[in-house]
Design a protein around this ligand. Structure first.
Ligand SMILES: *Cc1c(COP(=O)(O)O)cnc(C)c1O
Length: 357
């Protein structure tokens, strides 16, 4: 693990007074963590320094060829004031897997985690207190070589910034309407679908905008070959419930292996539900929704934890799932996982890492 040099900011920002108006990813704390990589030298110069701009050459490779990957996780404040992280090692391990696919160096995961813990201890007062709020953590890695030749960069920067975020649900779980995307695709087998790379998001923005104009909050992606099998939704994995059985697309290389997905599958089994990971035909899902066999559908991801699907639409077809409200299972899984994350329920899976006790 590298030594981490700390330089404190001399001009601390005003903390937000109204925690109901935080929104998502708009405010950033006083400090950030940065470390650099150079081929032959490895990761070096790990430091915490005042939050601020990077000076970048316009020929920096990331701006042209897009070697950029990120992670998303949260720090939660318990009722007793202590702060805790949820499976942070899994996020850093996933970042290394993203890096390898993108021709980038493996992260120094131990230094990244230690840097994150030290950074949060410095910024502890930025972790909001209100129910459902948290401190969102955004680790990012970008290529830094200057020049337009197409090759893997020899220099990289890794950084972590922190943002206090409001409760995703202000008045309890809320069902969303989802549009099944039948024109554009997000990822193909052999591609970069399983990585959290910036380009996956760039490629998805247009379809999201089109769906939003039609009145849907997100798109459901189908596979990139036959456009027939369910992949995932926006920045969430998808799950479908048939009574006591939960089915979800299996990890096939083109969908993102969500940490919430993995946690929900484990919790569901521990709660006595059956879980199945398989290839899911969208036409069968629609038929099952119409016949009533399909009882609930929901997305899973760090931001919302669980996002129940009320309406699913494809071409001219539009179906309401169940009564269009929040399913019993969605609510139960949401309460259980958020209970663990906020320290209201015991953590029997070793998922919680305390920050400051
Ligand atoms: C981050 C992300 C998810 C959810 O992953 P979590 O680890 O559960 O937050 C799902 N799909 C995509 C495309 C993502 O980028």
């Amino acid at each position: 693990m590298l030594d981490i040099k700390v330089t404190r900011s001399e001009h601390l920002k005003q903390k937000p007074a109204d925690e109901t108006a935080l929104g998502f990813g708009r405010l950033f704390t006083d400090h950030m963590f940065v470390m650099d990589y150079e081929e032959g030298r490895g990761w070096h110069d790990a430091q915490i320094l005042p939050y601020g701009c990077f000076a970048m050459d316009p020929a920096s490779m990331v701006l042209h060829y897009g070697q950029a990957i990120f992670e998303g996780m949260k720090c939660y404040r318990r009722a007793d004031g202590h702060l805790q992280l949820f499976r942070p090692r899994d996020n850093f391990a996933r970042m290394t897997r993203s890096a390898q696919r993108m021709g980038m160096p493996a992260l120094d995961e131990e230094t990244a985690l230690e840097g994150l813990l030290q950074l949060i201890r410095i910024e502890a007062d930025w972790v909001p207190h209100r129910d459902g709020t948290s401190l969102y953590i955004r680790p990012t890695m970008i290529s830094m070589d200057v020049g337009l030749g197409v090759h893997a960069s020899r220099t990289y920067r890794f950084f972590i910034i922190l943002s206090p975020v409001g409760a995703y649900y202000k008045e309890g779980l809320k069902p969303v309407s989802i549009y099944v995307e039948d024109e554009y695709v997000r990822a193909v087998r052999g591609g970069v679908g399983f990585t959290k790379c910036a380009g996956n998001y760039a490629a998805s923005i247009l379809a999201g905008d089109v769906a939003e104009k039609k009145g849907y909050s997100q798109v459901l992606w189908l596979d990139g070959v036959e456009q027939k099998y369910v992949e995932e939704v926006g920045s969430m994995n998808m799950m479908f419930a048939y009574g006591n059985k939960i089915v979800t697309p299996k990890l096939n290389g083109s969908i993102l292996p969500g940490i919430t997905r993995d946690s929900i599958l484990k919790l569901a089994r521990q709660l006595g539900y059956e879980t199945v990971e398989d290839r899911l035909n969208i036409h069968e899902i629609f038929a099952d929704a119409k016949s009533g066999k399909l009882t609930e559908a929901f997305g899973t991801g760090t931001a919302a934890v669980i996002s129940p699907v009320g309406v699913l639409a494809m071409k001219d077809e539009k179906i309401t799932l169940g009564d269009g409200g929040i399913g019993v299972l969605s609510q139960k899984l949401y309460d259980t996982l958020t209970g663990i994350q906020y320290g209201r329920l015991p953590d029997e899976n070793g998922w919680i890492l305390p920050v400051n006790d």
